[in-house]
Write a protein that binds this ligand. Structure first.
Ligand SMILES: Cc1cc2nc3c(=O)[nH]c(=O)nc-3n(C[C@H](O)[C@H](O)[C@H](O)COP(=O)(O)OP(=O)(O)OC[C@H]3O[C@@H](n4cnc5c(N)ncnc54)[C@H](O)[C@@H]3O)c2cc1C
Length: 384
């Protein structure tokens, strides 16, 4: 058993950290409040090879794994810049295309995803179906050689800044409606969107997306045949959970770092507040939870990169659960340690709250992970 990152991975971590710190949380919040995106940071991260770190080298990527992409997601978040689109574009869409795209699809889409010049977002959630993906109703029906896509999706992150959206739809396979994946241009006629107003301070927004008989060529179907849909979809879930978890612990580290500095410098009873165990112990407790989550993320990423998908699936669920609980605790504790300043704009910790809180709901809720663990690890009967 080896708990060390390689020298290359350490270098990557240091370099990403330096980039993130040049922008910082004030930049992230400033862009969000001005209704702008993190365009400059994204472009620079793309140029430096961080966005495409896990894309195969033959398509312009770094040839690393999800371990490397998780490092990038964690370090940017630890610098106060949690970039959700890292999760959807390189982690989900990049992995699905690399593993299940046709040759043509890989050549067409992966270089843009790797360089960051193009973004592909991901649309599975529907208003009526919620966590129950068996109830998806967005449907693609045959239209000559191509397809006509109809339906609606909700909470779709970043569709306004993406060139493509990877849509989970149903198609008829052997008389049954089965999930299939389509890569849809975001400017396709018939695709419209409405912004969802969210209580999250983030330059990346969520959208309702409508597909009204969107005409797609045969080449839009991932893997070239409807049957490729289910394995392709599963290929994206573990990278999604692992990178979301990495972003969560990065945010938690940022919050604890701010709280630690504040606790050792704020003096109200003749000594720094950090000398009171009532202040220091909650911070220490949160730090332990964060470190445990980081360990599980590293395990999940290592299993995934070793091609051990089933074991990686269990570990990715545990990592995502542990990270979102730890991150929520860490941010809440950091706010408490700051007292009234915790709620001010100047101290920049309450701005993290919405993001980490959403991490307990998306991309898979804590309850659905508890269901998974109860059923698959503890042998309990499915209750729903
Ligand atoms: C910030 C943000 C970004 C997102 N980005 C995207 C995106 O880019 N693309 C995308 O497709 N989706 C995205 N989502 C959607 C997200 O994946 C869903 O919100 C999530 O899967 C939960 O689905 P739901 O909101 O419909 O909740 P519901 O399924 O309605 O669940 C509501 C509550 O009931 C609980 N619950 C439901 N069923 C059970 C059960 N069987 N047992 C116990 N408890 C249960 C849930 O845990 C939850 O607490 C995003 C969401 C957020 C908040």
């Amino acid at each position: 058993m080896d708990f060390d990152y390689t020298p290359e991975q350490e270098q990557l971590r240091d370099a990403v950290r330096a980039l993130g710190r040049r922008y910082g949380h004030a930049y992230f919040v400033g862009q969000a409040k001005a209704g702008k995106h993190t365009t400059e940071l994204w472009a620079e991260a793309g140029r430096l090879g961080y966005i495409g770190v896990s894309v195969p080298t033959e398509y312009g990527g770094g040839g690393g794994g999800i371990t490397e992409l998780a490092l990038v997601a964690e370090e940017l978040a630890a610098a106060g810049c949690p970039l959700l689109l890292l999760v959807v574009s390189p982690a989900i869409a990049g992995t699905i295309l690399a593993r299940h795209g046709t040759d043509e699809q890989r050549k067409r889409y992966l270089p843009g995803i790797a360089s960051g010049a193009e973004k592909a977002v991901f649309a599975i959630t529907e208003p009526e179906a919620g966590s129950n993906f068996h109830r998806l109703t967005t449907t693609a029906r045959r239209d000559g050689d191509g397809w006509l896509l109809t339906g609606r999706k909700c909470f779709i992150s970043g569709v306004d800044e993406a060139q493509h959206v990877l849509v989970v739809a149903r198609t008829e396979v052997s008389g049954k409606l089965r999930p299939a994946l389509f890569l849809v241009p975001t400017d396709a006629p018939g695709l419209t969107r409405t912004k969802l107003e969210m209580e999250i301070v983030s330059p990346e927004n969520q959208w309702l997306v409508y597909f009204d008989d969107v005409a797609l060529p045969a080449g839009a179907l991932i893997g070239g045949e409807p049957e490729a849909g289910l394995p392709a979809l599963f290929a994206g879930l573990n990278p999604e959970r692992i990178t979301v978890a990495a972003m969560g612990v990065g945010t938690a580290r940022y919050a604890l770092d701010r709280a630690g500095s504040y606790a050792s410098s704020r003096n109200v009873w003749g000594r720094p507040i950090g000398t009171h165990q009532g202040v220091a112990h909650p911070l220490a407790h949160a730090a332990i939870q964060v470190e445990l989550a980081r360990l599980m993320i590293a395990k999940a990423a290592a299993l995934y990169d070793a091609g051990r998908d089933l074991e990686a699936g269990v570990a990715a669920n545990l990592a995502k659960y542990a990270s979102s609980e730890a991150a929520t605790l860490a941010v809440d504790t950091a706010i408490q340690v700051h007292g009234g300043n915790g709620m001010t704009t100047e101290y920049g910790v309450a701005t993290l709250l919405g993001g980490v809180r959403a991490g307990r709901i998306a991309p898979v809720s804590r309850e659905m992970i508890l269901n998974f663990v109860a059923q698959h690890l503890l042998g309990q009967e499915k209750s729903y």
